[in-house]
Design a protein around this ligand. Structure first.
Ligand code: PGA
Length: 256
């Protein structure tokens, strides 16, 4: 009942020319696959081109990697929700661990962005996850609980249903070291249980929870077969149009 959602987080990669080349191959390889929701998340400067290229590709959606929480105004260097709507983004990735680590984003800052996204009918893909030291210290549940309560504070149950949570263990991002399907499933089940405690079982049943961290074509099926894993946020492997299409197809195959 929860539609699986596979998103490509291109991070700080892809020029406009490379974006054009990507879609040429990707849309051909994707074919008429519509069982899985696909979201492409380019860097800001490539979004308008991606939007133009996707106009005829029914069903493939767009997202941004970050945004500011304020309305248009004097915030040099920033991009706001209205600008993302203008280029037809439906999603915005918020609180990615790279933003938290390199740009000092706290749960309080991420929370302002999550609320602003909903206020502008953008769906957040909210990233949470523990570091290796936190996992080794037995703190996984404590960290996830704090991030959920902090980053999602003030959301209504309806807004939670429209939010995608991405569980991305920091130690698995870009390292080639994927969480085992069981480790990921355990974290996802805990996240869903926490959402149920705060916003009720109906919201918890509807919220989609993606796994992220070294997802590739070869490990997709096993991860996507877990009952609480509703999709993937794919970094490195999403830059290859054939490989990314394979990740989508392998997800669709799990659905039968
Ligand atoms: P990765 O990145 O797939 O390269 O590990 C995932 C992410 O950071 O979203």
């Amino acid at each position: 009942m929860r539609k699986k959602i596979i998103a490509a987080n291109w991070k700080m990669n892809m020029t406009i020319g490379e974006t054009e080349a990507f879609f040429g191959t990707f849309l051909r390889e994707l074919g008429d696959e519509r069982k899985v929701e696909v979201v492409i998340v380019p860097p800001f400067l490539a979004i308008a081109k991606a939007s133009e290229l996707l106009r005829s590709a029914q069903g493939v959606k767009l997202g941004a990697q970050n945004m500011h929480w304020e309305k248009p105004g004097a915030f040099t260097g920033e991009v706001c929700a209205a600008m993302l709507r203008d280029v037809f983004c439906n999603y915005v990735v918020l609180g990615h661990s790279e933003r938290r680590t390199y740009f000092g984003e706290t749960d309080a800052i991420v929370n302002k962005k999550v609320l602003a996204a909903h206020a502008n009918t953008l769906r957040p893909i909210l990233c949470i996850g523990e570091t290796l030291a936190e996992r080794d210290g037995g703190l996984v549940e404590k960290v996830l609980d704090t991030q959920i309560r902090g980053s999602m504070a003030g959301l209504t149950a309806e807004q939670v249903e429209e939010t995608v949570i991405a569980y991305e263990p920091v130690w698995a991002i870009g390292t080639g070291r994927t969480a085992t399907p069981q480790q990921a499933q355990d974290a996802h089940a805990f996240i869903r249980k926490t959402v149920a405690e705060i916003w009720g079982q109906a919201a918890a049943d509807k919220v989609r929870i993606q796994y992220g961290g070294s997802v590739k074509p070869a490990n997709t099926a096993e991860l996507m077969s877990q009952p609480d894993i509703d999709g993937a946020l794919v970094g490195g492997a999403s830059l290859d149009p054939r490989g990314f299409a394979e990740i989508v197809h392998n997800t669709a195959r799990v659905l039968g």
